[in-house]
Write a protein of this length. Structure first.
Length: 173
């Protein structure tokens, strides 16, 4: 899944762009954690790009799959402080209005249900149980053919998770 995003001021991407250097930023997994399947996917992507550019001494014999480029994306933010419970997994195909999470007050009171503001693929999710008002909870990427993207993403994830470890390396723990 590719999201074509605006350049952030003061970022490495901004400096590279100003110097005419193309940049791809890979974002996956969870902050402060190693996620073996995300690492595998990233290494596979880097190797695919290197093969495509002829940087590995040989070109790919098989044409690479066309990426799915999101037409837009949006963040869902916490409406209040509280205990956050996510009800959907990363990579999930969600429809507008789906119940995707809940924020509860640790001191009682009504829960706040979080509904998807748009249909799309969930590409980012907050995993912390305590949230403050305004914090990002979900990142939803929107596509023309969301069902096709969801199916392709499911197949890719299965291949990555079930695939062999890279170069016989032991798993990352």
């Amino acid at each position: 899944v590719v999201i074509n995003s605006v350049l952030g001021e003061g970022t490495l991407r901004e400096v590279a762009e100003a110097q005419g250097i193309p940049v791809i930023t890979y974002e996956a997994g969870e902050a402060l954690r190693f996620d073996e399947s995300c690492i595998r996917a990233g290494v596979k992507g880097v190797l695919n790009v290197m093969h495509h550019l002829g940087m590995t001494g040989s070109r790919r014999t098989k044409a690479p799959a066309e990426p799915y480029i999101a037409r837009s994306s949006s963040w869902v933010r916490a409406e209040r402080d509280g205990v956050f419970l996510s009800l959907v997994a990363l990579g999930a195909w969600i429809k507008k209005g789906d119940l995707i999470g809940r924020i509860s007050s640790p001191f009682g009171g009504d829960d706040i249900n979080i509904h998807a503001p748009a249909a799309g693929i969930l590409v980012g999710r907050n995993n912390l149980p305590l949230v403050n008002e305004g914090e990002a909870l979900y990142h939803i990427a929107r596509f023309e053919e969301v069902g096709e993207v969801a199916q392709s993403l499911e197949e890719f994830t299965h291949d990555i998770e079930e695939g062999p470890t890279l170069s016989g390396e032991p798993p990352i723990v």
